[in-house]
Write a protein that binds this ligand. Structure first.
Ligand code: PMP
Length: 330
């Protein structure tokens, strides 16, 4: 029998799969690590577990306590999932631009949400930063994970993602590529792989054009979950050897190709990471093994990247598409 005791035991140990079609013309092996197969649907399940474990150990989170965090995305789902299993309450503060589907995922796990106006400055008392700080102060037994500065984020990847990649490639990995959001994934995984390989593994960050990690000012881009307009404490700029900037258009086109040509339905930051990986792999020899981390699945982006009308409205008119019935009748 192979039975997990709880859903939390299924976090991590995500599989690697080889890319075959989008790698045409590349000699190196390119493997992707499918983080959407975590129970909450993303790599953020890993950090949620480690952050809550540490808060319990350090006495910041006591039985019956409440987790308060400004997040609308994958981190919220991870925290809500772990909190549900451990008996904590969750309050997530979200700007009003966050869509209904994302809100409903959080409330499905039993979390409370507080919606704040998007159109106010960060220091406004109604902003989502201010409201979450106030709730964390005023709710008795509240704990604020602070994913951007909590060292347990990168540590979770140092302790799980990095060792999994080393183990599953039998130590043959030569390059690791991941998008940079809080920086936790690249910092923790990259640090482990550099240490275990005596600095032989090359660590490559992927960043949306315009974000600070690749030298931008924080100019807006549409890929979600990656890029920043400030330098978070979870990111150690000494870990990556190189940062590759990728445009929204290239990220979204590759995201569509991964579904159409590889059967891998993932989000836009995954497409971005694959574009960066293919650029890095272009001139590598056949014995190179490039591992690319794909943070989440594509279901959360059906109305955007996978929607022709949405793509056209931003001028991404050349996005790869499947067959039309007219093509098939010809
Ligand atoms: N992609 C997506 C969809 C994410 O939600 C995140 C996390 N913000 C990342 C990539 C980047 O991961 P990290 O925060 O560890 O840099």
């Amino acid at each position: 029998m192979k039975i997990a005791d709880t859903i939390l035991d299924l976090i991590g140990n995500t599989p690697l799969v080889k890319l075959h079609k989008v790698t045409e013309g590349i000699s190196a092996t390119v493997l992707v690590k499918l983080e959407y197969l975590n129970p909450g649907g993303s790599s953020k399940d890993r950090i949620a577990t480690r952050i809550i474990d540490a808060a319990e150990r350090d006495g910041h989170l006591l039985p019956g306590g409440t987790i308060v965090e400004p997040t609308s995305g994958n981190t919220g789902v991870g925290l809500a999932l772990v909190a549900q299993q451990r008996g904590y309450k969750c309050v997530f503060v979200l700007p009003d631009k966050v869509g209904e589907d994302k809100r409903n995922v959080l409330t499905a796990y039993g979390a409370e949400i507080v919606v704040t106006p998007t159109s106010v400055a960060p220091d406004d008392p109604e902003s989502y930063y201010s409201v979450s700080d106030r709730l964390a102060r005023e709710i008795p037994g509240a704990f604020k994970p602070n994913q951007y500065s909590n060292p347990n984020g990168p540590l979770s990847h140092y302790e799980s993602t990095g060792p999994e990649i080393w183990r599953d490639t039998d130590g043959t990995v030569t390059h690791f590529v991941a998008g940079v959001g809080t920086g936790g994934t690249i910092t923790g995984t990259g640090r482990y792989l550099r240490e275990v390989s005596n600095d032989a593994v090359r660590i490559i960050g992927a960043d949306p054009e315009g974000s600070v990690y690749s030298g931008g000012s924080g100019r807006p881009y549409l890929v979600e979950g990656v890029g920043e307009d400030f330098w978070p404490g979870a990111y150690d700029p000494a870990v990556p050897h190189e940062i590759i900037a990728v445009s929204d258009a290239d990220s979204f086109a590759m995201t569509r190709r991964l579904a159409l040509e590889e059967g891998i339905l993932v989000g836009g930051s995954s497409g971005m990471a694959v574009v960066a990986a293919l650029r890095a792999a272009k001139d590598l020899p056949a014995d190179a093994v490039v591992v690319v981390l794909l943070p989440d699945g594509g279901r959360g982006y059906l109305g955007k990247i996978f929607n022709d009308g949405w793509m056209r409205s931003y001028g991404f008119s050349n996005a790869p598409a499947g067959h039309t019935v007219a093509d098939l009748l010809r």
